[in-house]
Structure formats: C-alpha cells, structure tokens
Design a protein around this ligand. Structure first.
Ligand code: AMP
Length: 137
C-alpha cells in the first residue's frame, strides 16, 4: 500500500526537501520534535528495516550521517538522536522505512511520545530550517 512518503517522492504533495539523490530523499519532519528534525527515506518503498536490502540500508545510514553533520553545522545543538521506528508496536506510523535525525538542545526537549508539534512551527520556520540544512550540506 502506498504511503505519504511515496507521494512526497513523486511530488504529489510538497515537503521541505533538503537532500536528494538516485535512491534516497531527505526532508523536514512535518512535526518538528526539535528544530531541524529531518527524515531520511529510501526512495524504494520497504515497510521496515527487516525488509531493507543491506546496500540500500548502508547508503541510507551514510546519508543520515551527512544530514547529522549538516545539522551540527546549521544549529547550536548539544547532541542528536538517530531513530528508526519499526512496526506499530515500536511507534511506527508511516510504513515506509526511514531514519529520524533529531537535534537535541537540552535533555528535556523531547518526550519521545511523538506528540503533534505541527502548530508550533510556522511556514517561515520550515523554510528557514530547510535552507539552513541545505546551505550546510
Ligand atoms: P514514524 O512514526 O517513525 O513512522 O515517523 C513518521 C514521521 O513522518 C512522523 O514523525 C510524522 O510527523 C512524519 N510525517 C507524516 N506526514 C508527513 C509529511 N507529509 N511530511 C513530512 N513528515 C511527515
């Protein structure tokens, strides 16, 4: 079944894309758990890590490191979480494998309950954060 990420990849719906190559795309999470929260998504749809081919997974984590380095340059972060939820029981809501890149500014800035932060982020904030990452790449 097609997910929202496939619609972003095919440009059916918009996203704040910060990086793209032949097999991976990266864009801001619509719900910014912290400023700069970014997703790294293989373009070919595999539901979870268990289905991911090793070579694509290796490329995906390499790009995840690239985005982490860009966030470290772009934002005054103190740390950073790399996270992948696999399966509903593990909190996965979009069943197209992806890594979360989550800059950390203080220990209490993320609850990891993934509550909705959409209405805390203005259009300008999305644009600015995406630009900061793109310029730092
Ligand atoms: P997970 O719960 O680990 O499967 O992560 C899915 C993530 O996708 C959530 O953090 C959502 O906020 C994010 N998300 C859902 N729809 C969109 C969208 N249209 N653009 C960007 N991020 C999205």
């Amino acid at each position: 079944m097609s997910t929202i990420f496939e619609k972003i990849i095919s440009r059916e719906i918009p996203a704040h894309i910060v990086y793209e190559d032949e097999s991976v795309i990266s864009f801001l999470d619509i719900s910014q758990a912290t400023s700069g929260h970014t997703l790294v998504v293989p373009k070919k749809a595999y539901a979870n890590i268990f289905e991911m081919p090793d070579d694509l997974l290796a490329h995906s984590i390499k790009i995840t490191k690239k985005i982490a380095d860009a966030c470290k340059k772009a934002f005054p972060l103190q740390g950073l979480n790399i996270l992948s939820n696999n399966g509903e029981v593990a909190g996965q809501t979009v069943f197209h494998f992806h890594f979360h890149v989550i800059p950390r500014y203080e220990t209490s800035d993320v609850s990891f309950k993934f509550t909705n932060h959409m209405n805390e982020t203005s259009k300008e904030d999305y644009k600015k954060r995406a630009l900061q990452i793109k310029e730092a790449l």
